[in-house]
Design a protein around this ligand. Sequence first.
Ligand code: CP
Length: 303
Amino acid sequence: VQHLLGIKYINEKDIQLIFETADHFKEVINRSIKKVPSLRDITIANIFFENSTRTRLSFELAEKRLSADVINFSAGQSSVKKGETLIDTVNNILSMKVDMVVMRHPNPGAGIFLSKHVKAAIVNAGDGAHEHPTQALLDSFSIREKLGDVAGKKIVIVGDILHSRVALSNIFALRLQGAQVKVCGPKTLIPKHIESLGVEVETNLRKALNWCDVANMLRIQNERLDISYFPTTREYTQQFGVNKAFLDSLDKEIVIMHPGPINRGVEITSDVADSKQSIILNQVENGVAIRMAVIYLLASKIK
Ligand code: CP
């Protein structure tokens, strides 16, 4: 694998290799070894055309922990604002002898497009409503850490499935590893024919959560949402939001996940986000080890 453009383009063996490599890096981090010299001769550009907190910071930290040289680019403060194209932007960055590009972009397929036009390893850090592969990897890694394995586990992805790159990448990753997957949300926010990806649709939240081991609670993507998709945020919360009383009333104790950023009080309340059943901050912690593993493995193809 030369790039990480989506989970769709990798296989189960690749995922296990990434996890084993991430296990190693997590163990190194837990021994308080903040930096390893693995990528001293590699330069990485993080180019972000969309806002990010977790992904941008954890990629940068992962790169620095591997001793790579790092440059950061935010479109909002760049010559993109003067009309420079994506390819010109990236080729200018690459002429500074950059080996790898980590890119977030609002257009689905932007990473695939770039990989065909520039000579560098490309890592997709989220492309529109298409894929967010490192998020899905860190999500599965966190399930494996919490429950011992992903195979055979029952996962529900709740919320705005239609606009969610996290949902699509998670579906691919979870199915590759042999998990059972359901999606749950308003009909208007569930893509037609999603069953063809090997998932079931459940529109009743209580039924979905009583079935699952893990609920991945997604944010409503207001920035991608046409207001006609679903009446109001309040109605969404009434039908698909989880509060502590609801969580406690379920048949069993389930694991709560969320990719962030959370709209507290919309998809989950604070006492759910911060409860013992939540592994949300473990997901963020694991993001660094997973991104170290992805970058390390891709860089080994460059050297
Ligand atoms: N989960 C995630 O992608 O968060 P950010 O948008 O803050 O990077």
